[in-house]
Ligand binder design. Structure first.
Ligand code: S0N
Length: 270
């Protein structure tokens, strides 16, 4: 696979190849911890993915074999959030979590090394996770004075069950790739040197499928958890499809032609 840089960033890499976008958190010196700028760049890259009709699947990964992501950069954690160059504290990773879930394309996390804290939540909100043999998963919040009680707890409980989710948050243990697989936290475990290749294979299999079907299925998996926001996403998809029909076009054309619409020929199916 020949990856081409699709946009230049400081904290991440954004590459594309054959319908797949690869977004890499590139701060290996801090185990790919994110600062506000990292998250802003991730949000920008995911926006580009959304608007790019060539891209059908995203692989989210971390630079190097030691970490996928170690969560928020503790060196810049201030009062009320993580502080960037603008001196404003923020938790903008929450916006990123929602963006990944709302993206109408599949997102695969490729995890080597640590997926810890906010980094663990990031893999969790991805649709699928491929883990390297050396992957280690866990939450640290109650040990380092933080918690993510939104998707961090809710999606975890929905993914692996309430008891295991509480264990992970209350005890702050780490779990290896096979334990994660047994819990249903990851989809497959592969040797470290096969991780990226395996993620690409999964992406290619998804790319062979109907984009519209994948889009609706992804929305449907989130719709109850996300409440009205989830319904809005799915309803928006339905509207998009409706716009593509002759029936919807008749309404628009009638308005533009200043006449009454004639919907009589469109069937009321059972
Ligand atoms: C990842 C760990 C387990 C790796 O251990 P290892 O391999 O022994 O390496 P280290 O020597 O510990 O680390 C290497 C260098 O990397 C630095 N570093 C690692 N992680 C971070 C980090 N998160 N922030 C800043 N620096 C980090 C080390 O300091 C070391 O640097 P040098 O070489 O200079 O000494 C291990 O490193 C570890 O446990 N890391 C911390 C994990 C952690 O607690 N993460 C934060 C958890 N919290 C969040 O992620 C919050 C997320 C968030 O934004 C949020 C969202 C919603 C609601 C609330 C919050 C919230 O703020 O809580």
């Amino acid at each position: 696979m020949h990856w081409e840089t699709a946009h230049e960033y400081e904290d991440i890499r954004y590459e594309k190849a054959s319908g797949i976008a690869k977004i890499t958190i590139n701060r290996p010196e801090v185990r790919n911890a994110f600062r506000p700028k990292t998250v802003s760049e991730l949000i920008d890259a995911f926006n580009r993915v959304r608007d790019d009709s060539e891209v059908g699947v995203v692989i989210l990964t971390g630079e190097g074999d030691l970490a996928f992501c170690s969560g928020g950069d503790q060196r810049v954690r201030g009062h009320g959030g993580y502080v960037g160059d603008d001196e404003i504290p923020r938790l903008n990773v929450l916006d990123l979590q929602r963006q990944i879930r709302m993206l109408p394309k599949a997102v695969i996390a490729a995890v080597a090394g640590y997926a810890i804290g906010g980094g663990h939540v990031l893999h969790l909100v991805c649709d699928l996770t491929i883990a390297a043999e050396n992957a280690r998963f866990g939450q640290t919040g109650p040990r380092v004075g933080s918690f993510d009680a939104g998707y961090g707890t809710g999606i975890l409980a929905r993914t692996i069950g309430m008891k295991r989710a509480k264990e992970i948050w209350f005890l702050c243990r780490q779990y290896d790739a096979h334990e994660a697989y047994d819990m249903g936290l990851v989809n497959k475990v592969v040797p470290v040197d096969r991780l990226q290749e395996e993620a690409v294979l999964w992406a290619q299999e998804i790319l062979e499928k109907s984009p519209m079907a994948i889009r609706f299925l992804k929305a449907s998996f989130n719709v109850d958890t996300d409440g009205l926001a989830g319904l809005q996403q799915m309803a928006g998809d339905a509207t998009m499809m409706f716009y593509m029909t002759e029936e919807a076009r008749e309404g628009k054309n009638a308005f533009l032609e200043k006449r009454q619409p004639d919907f009589s020929k469109f069937p009321r199916l059972p």
